[in-house]
Design a protein around this ligand. Structure first.
Ligand code: SF4
Length: 295
């Protein structure tokens, strides 16, 4: 069946993350980073939201639009970093640091968000932390993003030992090698990368920030230190520029295929469900985050 007809028939919108396969990026109504997808999910007036990404993104869409049908074309698409933060451990940490506020990355389960004071994405983490008056911040779960935020604030960032394996595996030597091969290229890396990789960069951005920067920059060549799916979008939107990838792949993001997307639109399955109480408690920290600007 024709995808546009199917979308119209179901009154559905397709939100896709920048790391999705080209076949998904090409048919998405909104393509973006986690912050942009959360914003789109909160604004859409369709009955159905199809999230092409990983589990926490679909949960976030449901939390922001609890009356809609939210589907994730493959329930097995789960973020391993989100799974590294458990409610029990977070409750323990909160007890150990009673004066600290909890900032949780959107890459967390709905249960973790429900226990947090405010959420953040890689696009606004620094601004979110700085917006809080508390001197101590429990930052969950990405250690590298927490260390990056620490560079910009005197508040004490209490780190969680979580990481994104895709960005952790990008090595400084890879970036240096690419730079030797392409000396005029600007180096853009994601803040989930290690501090050593961040130190090699000209700019540190979320994927949305990289998209904006690549458009505006006078440079014609870029080394991109993030999941390789973003380079498809960058090349498509900037055909006169060159992008050199670290060839890092998130196998979870690649689980969503065009066939699964169509099947999910036809059947409105697999559907995301969450308990009402979790939806209620998790919404406030996400909404607080969305009011805070990007960095
Ligand atoms: S790229 Fe990293 S943070 Fe994003 S879904 Fe994959 S493992 Fe999780």
């Amino acid at each position: 069946m024709n995808l546009d007809r199917l979308k119209k028939e179901k009154n559905a919108v397709i939100l896709a993350h920048n790391y999705q396969l080209p076949e998904i990026q090409d048919v998405a109504d909104y393509l973006g980073d986690s912050l942009a997808l959360a914003q789109s999910a909160s604004k859409t007036d369709t009955d159905v939201i199809v999230v092409c990404g990983v589990d926490f993104m679909a949960e976030t869409a449901l939390i922001l639009s609890p009356d809609k049908v939210v589907v994730l074309p493959d329930l097995a698409a789960t973020c391993p970093m989100a799974a590294m933060a458990t409610p029990e451990k977070l409750k323990r940490m909160k007890n150990e640091h009673p004066n600290a506020r909890v900032v949780s990355y959107v890459n967390t389960t709905a249960e973790i968000k429900a226990l947090s004071d405010v959420c953040c994405t890689s696009a606004n983490a620094v601004n979110v932390v700085k917006s809080l008056p508390e001197k101590e911040i429990i930052f969950v779960p990405d250690m590298n993003l927490g260390k990056y935020v620490q560079r910009f604030t005197s508040q004490k960032i209490i780190l969680w030992p979580g990481y994104c394996y895709v960005h952790r595996d990008i090595k400084k030597e890879q970036i240096i090698k690419l730079k030797k091969m392409h000396q005029d290229a600007e180096i853009l890396v994601h803040p989930e990368c290690s501090p050593e990789v961040i130190d090699t960069a000209d700019f540190v951005y979320s994927t949305g920030g990289m998209v904006e920067h690549a458009k505006k920059s006078n440079s014609k060549e870029f080394i991109i230190g993030t999941e390789e799916g973003l380079c498809y979008r960058l090349k498509k939107e900037n055909p006169d520029k060159k992008f050199y990838s670290t060839n890092s792949v998130c196998s979870e993001m690649k689980k969503i295929t065009f066939e699964k997307l169509v099947h999910s639109l036809e059947t409105l399955k697999p559907r995301i469900n969450l308990p009402d109480k979790i939806i209620e408690d998790a919404r406030e920290p996400i909404e607080k985050m969305m009011k805070i600007g990007k960095r």
